[in-house]
Design a protein around this ligand. Structure first.
Ligand SMILES: [Cu+2]
Length: 148
């Protein structure tokens, strides 16, 4: 009997996730810190909501440098890893508006994009860069965990 229940739950999980996507319920992705010293307590999440053919994504960030300017992008899965999107070094597929951390080091920014621009491998991760030096990427949110 217990085994039977587990099988049913195993089927229901993916169906529920599919329903969420159909009804546009938001999906949350957590930022993690990259292996560097920039903004060591930075973190936050990305919440993506689907409406028709559009995806609205809001980043809610904390632990940034107060008053500092940042840029953020969706990136496609790149060539350097097929299992760690944040280390895959993929190209930008969708930019967020430029933003600045407030006096407490918090920031929020939203972009609305056509779903095709960030579907599948095109939306593998979201990263946050220093606007003054985009090679500095304190945090990254994995969205798609395997390439292909
Ligand atoms: Cu980027």
């Amino acid at each position: 009997m217990n085994g039977h229940k587990i099988v049913l739950l195993g089927i229901a999980g993916p169906l529920l996730l599919g329903s969420c996507a159909l009804f546009g319920l938001p999906t949350t992705y957590l930022f993690k810190h990259n292996p560097n010293q920039a903004d060591p307590s930075a973190g936050g999440n990305a919440v993506a909501s689907v409406s028709g053919t559009m995806v609205s994504t809001t980043l809610s960030l904390s632990g940034l440098t107060p008053g500092k300017a940042y840029i953020a992008h969706y990136h496609a899965f790149g060539p350097d890893s097929s299992t760690n999107p944040c280390a895959s070094n993929g190209p930008v597929t969708q930019g967020f508006p430029n933003f600045t951390a407030d006096a407490s080091g918090n920031a929020s920014v939203t972009v609305k994009a056509d779903m095709t621009k960030i579907a599948g491998d095109n939306g593998a991760y979201v990263n946050v860069h220093y606007a003054s030096d985009p090679s500095v990427v304190p945090i990254c949110a994995p969205v798609k965990l395997a390439k292909g």
